[in-house]
Design a protein around this ligand. Structure first.
Ligand code: SF4
Length: 356
């Protein structure tokens, strides 16, 4: 294995000339670094591209300029600003985490990477990135992009999500840490994985690590990292109700845990022997005037694929309408601005087109 500082030195030099240095959350002066902003960016960037994150990050900071403002806000306000960014557990954890920092750390972001890693929604890699950027802490990151760079550069075989390979990669990542410029090194690893050593067609000819790269030398770039052993994604099917009264639609707030937790979604209907009209009358205090099935919509989650089968029901609510707080009648144009999952927003836009 090559000398670890050399690996880091090459990357640090490359980052300063070719890396990303003008992202809204990057503050290269140590005096100005705000762990709140760095944490927010790191959470938004999990599973999400930089270009998608930037407008969300800016809107979020305009509404919640500091950790105290976020902790004091109702979680629903946080969900509205996160709406469309996906992986909504991140938003709930962010809010929960802000409150924990206020309650347990007096509102100041903890300095110790192990303490940061224990906070809601922050694993060891994100904790290391926050600590490196905010405090210059010498701690290794190992997200998906970094795993790919290390697997290729050092010729590590096996699926990087498996326990033994991941353990080996953590040890490797720690052995490569420089003794200074941790922020630049950490950013360099991220930038290399995101812009050069990308999943498909990496730009090896402009890679600063090309001379020592095992995958390149052995022509295994497209084999590494090894893919996840094949397992088909399970499929789930659900019938969802588009209960429409004039231009108002009935939405239901999801419980905090589970998919789309805390967001407004469409009521689901279970396959039972009871007639649909009877179920709607029973559960939503509405009389059904007509029912029309719409085209199904598929949505892929990390662990399963969901097929939503929408049933457009034109209804007349009874006087008391639905009794529980979690239900809301919203006009279609208002619903478009509410905290909805992307799949539900898509269905509502389809609905707006068929009902005009
Ligand atoms: S030479 Fe190619 S495969 Fe190797 S680290 Fe660089 S971009 Fe990745």
């Amino acid at each position: 294995m090559e000398n670890p500082p050399a690996f880091a030195q090459v990357l640090i030099a490359w980052q300063q000339n070719h890396g990303r240095r003008d992202l809204p959350w990057q503050e290269w002066s140590q005096q100005r670094r705000d762990p709140y902003r760095i944490w927010l960016a790191e959470i938004m960037l999990q599973q999400t591209r930089v270009a998608t994150v930037i407008p969300y990050y800016e809107r979020f900071l305009a509404r919640f300029p500091d950790l105290a403002a976020l902790a004091a806000a109702p979680v629903d306000d946080v969900m509205v600003l996160w709406s469309g960014l996906g992986y909504y557990a991140r938003a709930r954890n962010l809010h929960h985490c802000a409150r924990r920092i206020v309650e347990e750390h007096g509102g100041a972001f903890p300095l110790d990477v192990d303490v940061i890693a224990q906070l809601p929604g922050i694993g060891p890699s994100t904790a290391a990135a926050i600590a490196a950027f905010a405090f210059g802490t010498r701690s290794a990151i190992l997200d998906g992009n970094v795993k790919r760079v290390l697997c290729r550069h050092f010729g590590v075989a096996g699926f990087p999500g498996s326990h033994p390979v991941e353990k080996r990669l953590w040890a490797l990542a720690r052995s490569l840490l420089p003794h200074q410029d941790m922020d630049i090194y950490t950013q360099a690893l991220m930038d290399l994985g995101a812009t050069v050593c990308v999943r498909k067609r990496p730009a090896c000819d402009c890679c600063p690590l090309r001379r020592e790269c095992v995958a390149r030398r052995e022509e295994r770039v497209h084999e590494l990292p090894a893919p996840r052993p094949k397992q088909p994604l399970p499929r789930r099917t659900t019938s969802v109700l588009l209960l429409l009264h004039g231009d108002r639609i009935l939405l239901e707030q999801r419980p905090p845990a589970g998919i789309w937790g805390g967001l407004l979604a469409l009521p689901e209907i279970e396959a039972t022997t009871a007639p649909l009209a009877a179920q709607v009358a029973e559960n939503y205090d509405c009389t059904v005037e007509s029912v029309e099935p719409l085209a199904p919509l598929r949505h892929a989650f990390t662990h399963f694929q969901l097929e939503m089968r929408p049933l457009l029901c034109r209804v007349v609510p009874a006087g008391s309408q639905v009794r529980e707080d979690r239900f809301r009648w919203l006009r279609l144009h208002e619903a478009d601005k509410a905290a909805l999952p992307a799949a539900v927003r898509k269905l509502l836009r389809q609905l707006a087109r068929v009902t005009v």
